[in-house]
Write a protein that binds this ligand. Structure first.
Ligand code: FAD
Length: 400
């Protein structure tokens, strides 16, 4: 009898955690598992703002997938998925290869939501992947060297769109590194301006008032110009148009929201902002051998509330998804997914952070430490104490 084929699409938070759980659950020879991802490395999406600002070594953010999985149990394929054919149970790849599945997990992560604002697609920089984040850093550094030639002040104005979780984290990293870049390129730091533009009346919408006040004050101390209640109307190569005028800048970093993956819509399925509705077992209704988690999934915790697109959600869904794929195969009972919110902490550089854990607002250096603990816990889940140790020592297995 042919072995069942399990195919996992995407090796981000959700995909890699599911794969590792499948490694543990499946008996030898029970199924063929294939993991497909665009790149040969897994990147730590929650730290891409550091790559964008140049505050993290590449080898701390991008980890070779081959070193994270058991290559004897998992067949890893570096490829880009181009379409999904649910009728014939096939995944089509950009290299024209077709991969057949019996059980499929779609965990391809987010795409950037531009809300159709003119110029954002073409001119704003997006923290989308490790590569796009490296491109942001190269652009930023380039502005400093070009400033030496043309002394255009727009080159030294760095705007971040959105003061939600990611936007605030991005601003914190810019504060941490632009001083170093100014020094490296012999540019007076007083000429550098960091602007954070937010449509809501406050930064960190949805956070506790205490956290909002703390971050607003911290931004003031750091010299960040915070423009709240300000809508972005257009972005060009040379300026950003907002409702109160124009900001001359060659750098707008867009962190105003995400949506699911276009592959579902292209396959003719109905989505909610690109996300697939999933049932309590993480399956796509009417496609019951197809699972979907993380930023691709629209999971309702009650009649009114859907889970947000966070790594915390993807990481909790992964193991349940693996258990349910195996249970479906074996014809045993499925497990309902229950989300357990452990809190959220936004870093503002390596030295400060703000957030809520349980009922407590945490801020400052203690919160920054908590954030680092959360990051270390993820490394532990990925590769045990060995990986935490390796990453802490800063070894460079990819050789970037
Ligand atoms: P991802 O982790 O994005 O993984 C998707 C994978 O699919 C990627 O490896 C990608 O390369 C691959 N892929 C995409 N398209 C294709 C294709 N066509 N073919 C093949 N492979 C493909 N969440 C938190 O909980 N806490 C935080 O502090 C936090 N901070 C964040 C900071 C930043 C800067 C960003 C951008 C996000 C942050 N998030 C945070 C959100 C979190 O990173 C996401 O919710 C999480 O990564 C979702 O996991 P996922 O598995 O769904 O997708």
């Amino acid at each position: 009898m042919n072995k069942p084929k399990i195919v996992v699409l995407g090796s981000g938070y959700g995909g890699i955690i599911t794969t590792k759980k499948l490694e543990k659950l499946l008996k030898s020879g029970e199924a063929d598992v294939t993991l497909i991802n665009k790149h040969s490395y897994h990147y730590i999406t929650t730290q891409l703002h550091k790559t964008s600002a140049g505050t993290a070594q590449d080898n701390k953010i991008a980890l070779p997938i081959a070193e994270l999985i058991n290559n004897e149990k998992i067949n890893f394929k570096k490829a880009t998925v181009s379409s999904l054919n649910f009728d014939d149970k096939q995944v089509l790849l950009e290299n024209d290869e077709t991969v057949e599945y019996d059980y499929l997990l779609v965990a391809l992560g987010f795409q950037v939501e531009t809300f159709g604002i003119p110029g954002i697609e073409d001119h704003a920089f997006k923290i989308r992947s490790f590569r796009s984040s490296k491109a942001i850093y190269h652009h930023i550094e380039n502005q400093f060297s070009k400033y030496q030639e043309d002394h255009d002040p727009a080159r030294l104005t760095f705007a971040v769109a959105g003061a939600g979780f990611t936007g605030v984290e991005m601003v914190g990293e810019l504060v941490e590194n632009l001083k170093n870049l100014a020094e490296k390129h012999d540019v007076p730091y007083e000429k550098v301006q960091i602007i954070n533009i937010e449509a809501s009346p406050n930064l960190l919408p949805g956070f506790a008032l205490d956290a909002v006040k703390y971050t607003t004050e911290l931004f003031k101390t750091m010299g960040v110009k915070l423009m709240t209640s300000t809508k972005i109307l257009e972005c060009t190569e040379n300026y950003v148009k907002v409702d109160s005028g124009e900001i001359a800048t060659k750098t707008l970093i867009w962190s105003c929201g995400v949506r699911g993956h276009q592959l579902f819509e292209e396959a003719g399925l109905e989505t909610i902002r690109g996300k697939m509705k999933v049932d309590k077992f993480l399956r796509i209704p009417n496609l019951e051998d197809v699972y979907c988690i993380g930023d691709n999934a629209h999971f309702m915790v009650d009649e009114k509330t859907a889970l947000p697109p966070t790594a915390q959600v993807a990481m909790q869904q992964g193991p349940v998804c693996a258990e349910n794929i195996v249970a479906t195969m074996r014809g045993t009972e499925l497990k309902e997914f229950e989300y357990n919110h452990k809190g959220s902490v936004a870093s503002i550089s390596d030295y400060y952070a703000v957030g809520k854990v349980g009922n407590f607002v945490i801020k400052g250096k203690f919160a920054a430490l908590m954030k680092q603990v959360v990051e270390a816990k993820y490394l532990f889940a990925l590769g045990g104490p060995g990986l935490v140790f390796k990453q802490t020592l800063g070894l460079n297995p990819l050789g970037f």
